[in-house]
Design a protein around this ligand. Sequence first.
Ligand SMILES: [Ca+2]
Ligand SMILES: [Ca+2]
Length: 307
Amino acid sequence: MVKSPQELMMLSTMFKKITRGLGFFLLANLLYSPAITAEVVSARIDDENPEATISKNDITVDIYAQEKTTKEGKVVVSKISVFERGNKVIELEGAQSFFPLAQVQIAEMDKSNKTPEIIFESYTGGAHCCAKLVILTKQNDKWRVIEGGNFDGGPVGVSDIDNNGIYEYVTIDNRFLYTFASYAESVAPPQIWTVQYGKLVNATKQPQYRFWLRNELNKLWQNYKNNTKGNNAFWAAYVAWKALLGEEIAAWQMMLKNYNINEDYCVRYSKNYDCLAKAKFPQALLTFLKENGYLNNEAARRISTIK
Ligand SMILES: [Ca+2]
Ligand SMILES: [Ca+2]
């Protein structure tokens, strides 16, 4: 619950240092279950391999790092060039960084068109951490750019978590980071992003992913089996995760028996990020889950009556 600009700057610096390791760790351990894959082709660039080329069907993508001089000195920009039957159709610039780290993939994410999608992730590595995600999709004969935003950690790539031959982009809900614990101690539920008719859609609640969500939740339990009592960050993720499965009532009851009563959380801020109101964990969690779309009004009302 630390939100002042100074604190955010400090955290951002810390973020940079640990993101690569921890971001990968979180995703690798909690979320990433390699599925029996349909075809996906991938290439990654870094310090040692600053360029690569991949092809699938009629599409070829070059990925490369280009040096650029800015006010801050020399930086590296990751770029891709996309060719369809040998003709360049689009060129795109990714994140700017002090070292190259980017990945591009060609995979089927959206069955509504005849071409596969192109997934481009570039690691920012600077004051703004994370993997910047961009997806290219061909709609009505034109390649369109879908801005996916920035996600914690480095490039993770797409996976086909329900084994239907259509790829998903799986990340963690970054809003949980820093909210109920420090970054390192934060626990976050997954977010499943799909492309449907050319639009990026948060599909985490869609029924075809329930099986996978349950499996991943079991892994979370395994990871935290000796560290659930009084661990509010864990209980925040657990209740949210169960809400994705429509099982928030049982989760809430369990949380009430196990949360750390001694910690207070800020639930209201001034424009300058001063805390205007604090609350105990259940109230803070209820507010947070409602604000972030995990609980609708009816679910929140039912939960608030549980003693
Ligand atoms: Ca497609
Ligand atoms: Ca799938």
